[in-house]
Design a protein around this ligand. Sequence first.
Ligand SMILES: [Fe+2]
Length: 303
Amino acid sequence: MPAKKQNQFCHGSPVCVGCSIVTKPPSLPLEDELGDVLDKAMRRAGLTPEALATRTGVPLGRICDAVDYRSDLCGEELRRIAQVLGLNEVGLCALGCGQYPKPEISGLPFCVWPLRMPHGIGVANAYLVGECGSSHALLFDTGAGIDALVAAWPPAIRVLDAVFLTHVEPEHAGGLCDVVARFGAPAAYIPEGATAGCGQGLGEGGVCRFGALEVTAFATPGHAAAHNCYLVRAPAVPKGSALLISGDLVFAGSVGGAYFSPAQLEKNLQRMLHAVPPCTVIAPGHGPLTTVGNELRYNPFAS
Ligand SMILES: [Fe+2]
């Protein structure tokens, strides 16, 4: 069975995205390929590959090949699979032919530095967010450890005002206490109910302000029992786009694994995609940046 393709790691200093810069994201691979999406969708629907084959008329071997990253499913087969699994047909077909749309990123009234850190065969993302031109920033997730984080750190940022965790897993939270100690971050927030060795719980509706930036927490269990998304806005620039730090709830073209609760992940996915404007930029825990509008239109799991 072919292994999943190894993600490319983005080498070099992270580049700030924001402050009216229009950015066509570099050719970062999606976190999930068609095989991952089919696997997650079959689990969500409670269907085995055999049951999917029976319901769609697509030969079992061709479904298994697709799940094993050897898909040559045609458009008509993908459409039948999408209908049975309740997936977005256009998005699934786009994934199936390697053409999933990646939107331009624009309109953020602050700077965002994606910190992409290798983890296993993939990449985990953390994000620094700060006012453009400032040496202060907020950090969202901390990667697997302080060394990987420091290697990805932009030299422009010298002061951390706070750290926020989306969820406590090794590739996202490994460096939390070291980061707090190293940078003297005055505040560290973790999802309510999580344990990370340091940090205080922040639950649904919690709001923190740092200069021109406002951070609102949304409790979004599903991938993990304790999982937060964070919406970052600059209230003084109401026409500016907001930034949704989505952790492992939603990726460009897919969703996180529903390890804690498939029903709650589904509910929180739809809630978050409809709670914020379509121009909101999504900064996921894995894979490239995207927008809420793009995912509402194409994400196989959005409805
Ligand atoms: Fe993750």
